[in-house]
Ligand binder design. Structure first.
Ligand SMILES: Cc1ncc(C[n+]2csc(CCOP(=O)(O)OP(=O)(O)O)c2C)c(N)n1
Length: 250
């Protein structure tokens, strides 16, 4: 049987430039499919980060802005407030969102901005050559922690969903995995839900994708998925943390 994968309208014709086995392309596709399925394409604007996914502004076939490193939630805040008739999302890596951009994400979430944030956690700075990120696991080797992350010296990884879940305002917070087709299908449901709430102007919605970085982890595509399953999922548990839509429906 010949399977022809049609490209969602919300993706441009450009081929992704990501490394083999990188899951940014999967995350892009899930978001683009969801935007198409919800009929949001003409109402949607996105904000690209600094990081491997900097070219998200070329890959999404909608109006995109490029933010300074870590500032995507602040830029998205301005976009949404200036154009309340439009829907806005950001797309950010863990270096962008959880290191240089910590203040922006915490305060945008705390203000309950009506935006969706897609956070791709691959436990490392991919674009710049594999430095330690706030989400790097204990004892994980990176170019700036060559003997492994020493938690006594550097501290423990930050669990962003759990951190944001302490705030009152966020409407929806979920961590999903991109490590297998079944998990990708579940992730799609969460993306659809977050974007539905975005469309309905319910409040701040946040999705974390547990992802991989085969190149900087020094593994091939399949090994990197196994590594993430064994090491990342126990620390970054896949779960829904907050769904005010369910609470409100009761
Ligand atoms: C102000 C500033 N500081 C540092 C950098 C260097 N820099 C570029 S991307 C990046 C981190 C990217 O890592 P992440 O957000 O995890 O995304 P990934 O590349 O892994 O997808 C850093 C530190 C920069 N471009 N600008």
């Amino acid at each position: 049987m010949q399977v022809i994968a049609t490209r969602p309208n919300t993706l441009t014709d450009l081929n992704f430039t990501y490394c083999p086995g990188c899951l940014h392309g999967v995350a892009h596709r899930l978001i683009a499919e969801a935007i198409d399925e919800l009929g949001m394409r003409n109402q949607m604007m996105g904000v690209a980060p600094v990081g491997c996914s900097v070219f998200a502004y070329k890959f999404f076939n909608i109006d995109m802005q490029e933010a300074a490193h870590g500032r995507a939630p602040a830029l998205a805040t301005g976009m949404k407030r200036a154009r309340p008739d439009m829907n806005v999302f950001t797309y950010q890596g863990d270096g962008d969102l959880a290191a240089i951009g910590t203040a922006e994400i915490v305060h945008a979430a705390n203000r309950g901005e009506h935006i969706t944030v897609f956070f791709v956690n691959n436990a490392i700075y991919g674009m710049t050559g594999g430095q330690m990120a706030p989400t790097t696991l204990p004892d994980m080797k990176t170019t700036t922690s060559p003997y492994g992350r020493d938690v006594d010296d550097i501290g423990y990884p930050i669990r962003v969903c759990e951190l944001l879940n302490t705030l009152v305002a966020p409407y929806f917070i979920e961590r999903v995995s991109l490590l297998s087709p079944a998990e990708i299908m579940k992730a799609k449901k969460a993306v659809l839900k977050a974007l539905t709430y975005n469309k309905e102007e319910r409040g701040f919605t946040f999705i974390e994708f547990v992802s991989t970085c085969p190149t900087n982890w020094g593994l091939d595509a399949l090994e990197s998925r196994d590594w993430a399953r064994e090491h990342m999922l126990p620390f970054f548990k896949v779960q829904n943390f907050r769904d005010k839509g369910i609470e409100e429906a009761k």
